[in-house]
Design a protein around this ligand. Structure first.
Ligand SMILES: [Zn+2]
Ligand SMILES: [Zn+2]
Length: 170
């Protein structure tokens, strides 16, 4: 097993001995490409701003594991695309001072999504019921983000449209 090389910019997440899934869970593949490190720096900045734990539930996937978890064909989690992009799924703790006490996970995910939208280097944001997906795939020519939502249990009120408004008004 390869250890994640200690990096002064990434102190809250580690390859070994933590719940963070930087490597593929089935084969432990992981390559510390510049894109992967860039994304981890971004997540580190979000973690510092959040002032509460954030758990990375999926980062690298081999093609077989990506199929197993119904990942998209060109998912930014794929190790085969690691030279050009990296993707991560994360679950924020509800103990953050950035959300009101007793908030539920959908609100925490929305708060983090808005913050991520304003963070340089993030180009893809996916909103799910119980986690947030972020990636740094090559940007669109328009400079706009890849934004999508796949929520089933939370009656969202035009959250994607709100994100687009934030994007326009940056
Ligand atoms: Zn694997
Ligand atoms: Zn993802």
């Amino acid at each position: 097993m390869t250890a994640w090389p200690a990096h002064p910019d990434v102190t809250h997440f580690s390859f070994l001995g933590s719940e963070d899934q930087l490597a593929c869970p089935c084969c432990l593949c992981f390559t510390p490409t510049p894109k992967a490190l860039d994304l981890l720096r971004i997540v580190e900045d979000l973690r510092v701003w959040w002032r509460a734990p954030i758990v990375l539930t999926s980062m690298t996937r081999c093609p077989e594991h990506n199929v197993e978890v119904d990942g998209k064909a060109r998912s930014s989690h794929l190790i085969t695309l690691a030279a050009s992009r990296s993707g991560v799924d994360l679950v924020p703790s509800l103990q953050s001072p950035q959300i009101p006490a007793r908030s539920l996970i959908p609100l925490a995910i929305e708060r983090l999504a808005v913050r991520a939208l304003r963070t340089p280097g993030v180009t893809g944001i996916g909103i799910y019921d119980d986690y947030l997906h972020l990636d740094n795939r090559p940007p669109k020519n328009s400079g706009r983000h890849y934004l999508w939502e796949d929520r089933t249990t939370f009656a969202q009120v035009d959250f994607l449209r709100r994100l687009r408004d934030y994007e326009r008004n940056q």
